[in-house]
Design a binder for this molecule. Structure first.
Ligand code: AMP
Length: 192
């Protein structure tokens, strides 16, 4: 299996690039943000609980997202690999993911870290807020909160995989196709 984590701050282009990567390489796309928004739309108890965290720019509790990922891995037993987008977002989630994959005799193959400067991130998120309909995109204070949460809670995930020599930094500035080209060339070095 080829298991890829697309890593980076909110607004770094993970969602956009993930769609192109899964199409090209036939991976199963697992975005915890998308899964949570689906639960919320369907007004499930999990969705309703998650909503209060999402709307404040906070992280949903680890056990909730780890449970969702565990079910999704089981539901896609035949997959040739997974692309994790927006997960893991804490060190505890990274450790849980490593264990879940180990149970399947697999592991993370590569972590691609999209680097985008903070000014560009906020400007992308403001633009996205005009059309995405996402409550957590529309408010600049919530966006700043999400960047803070990212630095405090999510950056340690990169350190976790750096220790395992799995992280490659990729310049996330430029056009969608330029960035996709850079990501693809890193994937192709590893996927063979
Ligand atoms: P995203 O679409 O990845 O930006 O996620 C939107 C929101 O969903 C985040 O700001 C969090 O509130 C929540 N969320 C998504 N993925 C996770 C995760 N792995 N752990 C905790 N909360 C998450």
């Amino acid at each position: 299996m080829f298991n890829l984590i697309l890593f980076g701050p909110p607004g770094s282009g993970k969602g956009t690039q993930s769609e192109k990567i899964v199409e090209k390489y036939g991976l199963v796309h697992l975005s915890t943000g998308d899964l949570l928004r689906k639960e919320r739309q369907m007004k499930t108890p999990l969705g309703i609980e998650a909503q209060q965290f999402i709307d404040k720019g906070q992280l949903v509790p680890d056990e909730v997202v780890i449970g969702m990922i565990s079910s999704a891995l089981d539901a896609n037993a035949e997959a040739r690999g997974f692309l994790f987008d927006g997960f893991p977002r804490t060190e505890a989630q990274a450790e849980a993911l490593d264990k879940l994959l180990e149970l399947k005799k697999s592991a993370i193959s590569l972590v691609l870290f999209l680097e985008v400067n903070e000014e560009e991130l906020i400007s992308r998120l403001i633009n996205r807020g005009k059309t995405s309909g996402r409550s957590d995109d529309a408010d600049e204070n919530i966006q700043r909160k999400r960047q803070d949460v990212y630095k405090k809670e999510t950056l340690p995930v990169a350190a976790h995989y750096s220790k395992l020599k799995k992280v490659v930094n990729v310049d996330g500035m430029g056009t969608i196709d330029e960035i996709f080209g850079r990501l693809s060339s890193q994937i192709e070095k590893k996927i063979r």
